[in-house]
Ligand binder design. Structure first.
Ligand SMILES: NC(=O)c1ccc[n+]([C@@H]2O[C@H](COP(=O)([O-])OP(=O)(O)OC[C@H]3O[C@@H](n4cnc5c(N)ncnc54)[C@H](OP(=O)(O)O)[C@@H]3O)[C@@H](O)[C@H]2O)c1
Length: 316
């Protein structure tokens, strides 16, 4: 089969399109003839070796859609050990769900990893309640643009998104956000304070944005962290939280996957919202296997809005 392979950790130039042996399925696993693979932000860290160092040579890629070997059913799967940027992927049966008729491959793939993350952050960790004020960072991104829509669908009183360019902010407003703010605005703290108390701040940026979000929380507000940079600004004291009866929660998708019934329920809910036209994933671009390097560069350059896909059946 053909795959985008790295032989050492490093920059996007490390990707090579090569012929490699097909994976074999062990107990509890299955093989998928992949049509599309997803590019996720974490893939960039996997590529540099900063996160989840897979044995080399490695095929990265954390989510795929395609046909299950054996019965040919359309399935979408989350791959916890990579292997997505390839024509055949090995998946855990527990992290695989069937795609309902009527839902296209692109939507199913774009909705699952990033939609389950958005849902988990807002609902499972953030305990979103009707009428609340929700702020989403990286709101034009793969997770963020679904979080904005889900916040609105799940009854938030208002949703505000953070995004770094005017074009992205226009997109965020088109999703139903009441306002869109610039995360680089030196007066971000003041802009957030103007909201009169944020009940739920879903943050994937950390640093000064996390600090600004923490400062804007309403009494009993929650900041849910999907990812931080690990610098001094990511730290806070219990006193700071007690001052506003606020909470900071971490969120990791792994804990949704650990509960098969819960994961299947989240997937079914996302797919139902999509079928009803209430949740729409934006596809930023679809690249061939040889385009994975360019896709990584585009995500790193903050150029993308929505989901980036790889058509593994095309080489160039
Ligand atoms: N905790 C979990 O289980 C979990 C699961 C999935 C994803 N995540 C996290 O959720 C976030 C979104 O993931 P995604 O795959 O949907 O990516 P994405 O949001 O499509 O892309 C990342 C976005 O982050 C923003 N950004 C800020 N600083 C950046 C930088 N230095 N380089 C690149 N982007 C930067 C950019 O938006 P602006 O230009 O608008 O700022 C960019 O569009 C990531 O932080 C990811 O690690 C966490």
């Amino acid at each position: 089969m053909r795959a985008a392979v790295i032989h050492r950790y490093g920059g996007p130039e490390e990707f090579r399109t090569e012929t490699v042996p097909e994976p074999e399925a062990g107990p509890g696993q299955l093989l998928i003839d992949v049509t599309l693979a997803g590019v996720n932000y974490a893939d960039l860290h996997c590529r540099t070796g900063a996160y989840a160092r897979y044995p080399l040579p490695a095929v990265l890629g954390a989510d795929v859609v395609g046909r299950r070997r054996g019965d040919g059913r359309r399935v979408v799967a989350l791959l916890r050990t990579g292997g997505g940027y390839a024509q055949v992927a090995r998946a855990e049966a527990a992290f695989t769900v069937e795609v309902p008729d009527g839902l296209g491959d692109e939507q199913a793939l774009a909705l699952l990893e990033q939609g389950a993350t958005a849902y988990g952050a807002l609902v499972l960790a953030g305990r979103l309640r009707p009428g609340e004020t929700v702020v989403v960072t990286a709101a034009a991104g793969g997770v963020g643009h679904l979080a904005v829509q889900l916040g609105r669908e799940l009854g938030a009183g208002r949703v505000v998104g953070l995004a770094s360019t005017a074009g992205k902010r226009e997109f965020v407003r088109s999703l139903g956000a009441e306002r869109a703010l610039d995360p680089g605005d030196p007066r971000l703290g003041e802009r957030l304070a103007e909201l009169g108390g944020v009940d739920l701040f879903a943050d994937s940026l950390g640093g000064p944005v996390l600090r600004a979000g923490l400062g804007a929380l309403a009494p009993f507000g929650r900041l849910v962290s999907l990812g931080v940079r690990g610098g001094p600004e990511d730290t806070f004291t219990v006193d700071e939280l007690a001052d506003r009866s606020a909470g900071v929660l971490g969120f990791w998708l792994q804990h949704v996957l650990a509960d098969r019934a819960g994961f299947a329920g989240v997937a079914a809910r996302l797919f139902r919202l999509a079928a009803e036209g209430r949740l729409v994933a934006r596809i930023d671009r679809t690249v061939p296997l040889s385009g994975v390097a360019g896709a990584h560069r585009a995500v790193a350059a903050r150029e993308t809005m929505g989901k980036v896909l790889v058509d593994v059946r095309r080489e160039g």
